[in-house]
Ligand binder design. Structure first.
Ligand code: EPZ
Length: 438
């Protein structure tokens, strides 16, 4: 099992280049199943989750080729050999569920094992099911000792109007992809508005879909007969970019975060400015100057986009534990996304969790400890805390981090962090080491 060891090394400095977005590339890869033509995705991040998604596409019969660096992926789903997703891959990565919409739209049927819950929540799929039913599919959710599956049968999907009770990212993506080939018009009210939704709609429109309103509170999809191949470059990862912004902030450093889109991280910029961190757009990215030293606390409430992103809540909490004054953090998106609090408190963070709220006392002087990454973003938060903790911080279960960050250790070291990855015997984690994933 690999571990990450971090030691305090002073303010980070220099520049770091953000990679392609994990949460954009996964649905983009799924969307290639909607056509028999070849599709090309550029700017692909080299992540474990991308490897799992490529294996999933191959399990449906698609040809998947990655160039040497893995940055460019060509997918050709000329024929779909099965409409059933394999259990092991869906369990390894719950985001596999977004293959259901394309398979249903392309084949008229789809069977996907229930992805199940994970560290941060139960992760139901009732809104995905609601969308497929609205499009005219017969959907059955079967639960059994193996975890069960969701079975959708819809030979001739028909456009429909629907409202999402929660602006679910995955449900919006699944419905958009199934509706792209449905007959007639689909209107999704209260969809997710994340940049990843816009990126997916842009790719689908390049494939010949007719989608309007992505990124707003109403998406309209005019179904078409077929979709053709297309080329697309994945948007930068706003969560990775924000993680490096917070690495600069927590170490009181001065870092240029490159290849990122400032308009995708507006809430994080606003909250860092409230704390007193200096931010300025500087080609080709955003300069984060936290060398000013004294910072004041602020409160955070996570919300669907354009609200403050839940995927940055753990990392921002680590930063707030080091600024003077109490902060209140409310997590409204996931019901159990405070697993990192116990680990941060082992480092002396002084955080009290009360249901979906957490009170961060502030002003903590963190000390290194043996800690465990409980999920992807919690792991990133522990790395940030380790950057300023006295002594050595040893982080285990780092396979979570590998799912969503490409070479986090190398990029942090490039900014001057004292950080390294060690192996305790055994091979470095691989995607064959299938784990339950957020
Ligand atoms: C996506 O997950 C992201 N993952 C998550 O990022 C992100 O945290 C989340 O969106 C919210 O922004 C990918 O894009 C691969 P949701 P998703 O459906 O689609 C409830 C990371 O760290 N809900 O928007 O699964 C659900 O329980 C990961 O990169 C229903 O109730 O998120 C949750 O409370 C973690 N019924 C809330 O909505 C449903 O049918 C948000 O879920 C679906 C969701």
């Amino acid at each position: 099992m690999s571990k990450i060891i971090v030691r305090k090394a002073g303010p980070l400095s220099g520049q770091v280049i953000t990679g392609g977005s994990k949460n954009a590339v996964l649905p983009l890869l799924a969307a290639t199943l909607l056509t028999e033509d070849p599709c090309v995705l550029d700017g692909v991040p080299n992540l474990k989750d991308v490897e799992v998604m490529c294996r999933l596409l191959r399990s449906f019969g698609a040809e998947v080729e990655q160039d040497e660096g893995g940055r460019r992926i060509t997918v050709r789903a000329k024929t779909i050999s099965t409409s059933e997703a394999p259990h092991d891959l869906v369990k390894a990565m719950r985001a596999s569920i977004v293959a259901m919409g394309p398979i249903l739209g392309r084949c008229g049927e789809a069977v996907v094992p229930l992805p199940g819950g994970c560290a941060i929540g139960d992760r139901p799929i009732d809104l995905h099911v609601k969308g497929f039913v609205a499009l005219g599919a017969d959907v059955e959710v079967v639960t059994d000792e193996g975890g069960g599956c969701v079975r959708a049968d819809g030979r001739a999907l028909k456009g429909a109007e629907m409202y999402l009770d929660f602006a679910s990212v995955g449900a919006t993506e699944n419905i958009m992809m199934a509706a792209a080939l449905a007959e007639g018009t689909t209107v999704i009210e209260n969809p997710a508005q994340e940049p990843e939704i816009v990126d997916l709609a842009n790719f689908l429109n390049k494939m010949g879909a007719r989608i309007r309103g992505a990124g707003t509170d109403t998406i309209r999809i005019e179904g078409v007969e077929r979709l053709h191949g297309a080329e697309h470059c994945v948007i930068p990862d706003r969560i990775e970019a924000a993680t490096f912004m917070l690495a600069a902030a927590i170490t009181r450093g001065n870092v240029l975060v490159e290849n990122m889109l400032p308009n995708h991280v507006v809430p994080i910029m606003a909250k860092l400015r409230e704390c007193g961190v200096q931010l300025s757009e500087e080609e080709p990215g955003l300069r984060v100057d936290a060398s000013g030293g004294f910072f004041r606390a602020t409160d955070i409430k996570t919300l669907p986009y354009p609200g403050f992103p839940t995927d940055i809540q753990p990392q921002f909490m680590a930063f707030l534990s080091t600024v003077q004054g109490p902060s209140n953090i409310v997590e409204t998106v996931f019901e159990n996304r405070f697993m990192h609090i116990d680990e941060l408190n082992r480092m002396g963070a002084g955080i009290l969790a009360e249901g979906r709220s957490a009170i961060v006392r502030g002003g903590a002087s963190l000390t290194g400890a043996q800690v465990r990454a409980t999920d992807l973003r919690a792991g990133a938060a522990l790395v940030l805390a380790g950057l300023v903790a006295e002594g050595e911080t040893v982080i285990s279960d780092v396979y979570h981090i590998d799912r969503g960050y490409e070479d986090l250790v190398g990029k942090m070291a490039g900014l001057g962090a004292d950080i390294r990855r060690v192996k305790n015997g055994g091979p470095v984690d691989s995607v064959d080491r299938l784990v339950f994933a957020e």
